[in-house]
Design a protein around this ligand. Sequence first.
Ligand SMILES: Cc1cc2nc3c(=O)[nH]c(=O)nc-3n(C[C@H](O)[C@H](O)[C@H](O)COP(=O)(O)O)c2cc1C
Length: 202
Amino acid sequence: MKKRMLAFVCFCALIGVVGCEKQANKTEEEAKPSEQETVDAKAQEQDEKSLVLYFSATGNTEAVAQTLAEATDSELVEIIPEVAYSEADLDYGNDQCRANQEQNDDAARPGIQNVISIDRYQRIYLGYPIWWGTNPKIILTLFDEVDFDGKEVALFCTSGGSGIETSVRELEAYRESVNWLGGQRFAGADASQVRAWVDSLQ
Ligand SMILES: Cc1cc2nc3c(=O)[nH]c(=O)nc-3n(C[C@H](O)[C@H](O)[C@H](O)COP(=O)(O)O)c2cc1C
């Protein structure tokens, strides 16, 4: 009888240990993210990435854009004109240069060579040089071709001295459905104020 009792107690103990082990394994498995959860997390991470999008004819805006992309851990995409601007095109002391003609023509919409996709981003930092007090017309081409509805857009520019305010006003009026975050001017290629500006936007 005693032997039987002992065998019964051992059996119960064994069941208990196996049960606990199974439970522990299950809890471990439950804690592991499923394949779908991993994919979702990656997609969300990408959704949360911002984009620095810029047009630069002589490199100043590009330099600021690069610093900004590093400071904000953003993707960096250049707006490439269909027809590149030559030195003569940018000679704004000459009334007839291409850049001046475009800026004086309300209907001018210089073509963009690359396909620009902003679907994955909620916040876009959009940069350009100031031409005759405002944004180059290629920025209007961008808003004609790409749907920015509901996106957060923070503008930045580089210039010899002019501010960004006129282009902010004009672009806000051009697309009212954008969630505009204002704008910041940088002096030439000097990107030293990038961090302060980004922090002010948080
Ligand atoms: C056609 C043209 C017009 C310009 N107009 C202005 C202007 O109105 N005010 C200003 O401060 N700088 C003006 N600039 C200077 C540029 O804004 C400045 O050099 C800018 O940093 C150039 O940027 P990028 O190197 O990215 O092209 C003009 C430059 C060009 C080519």
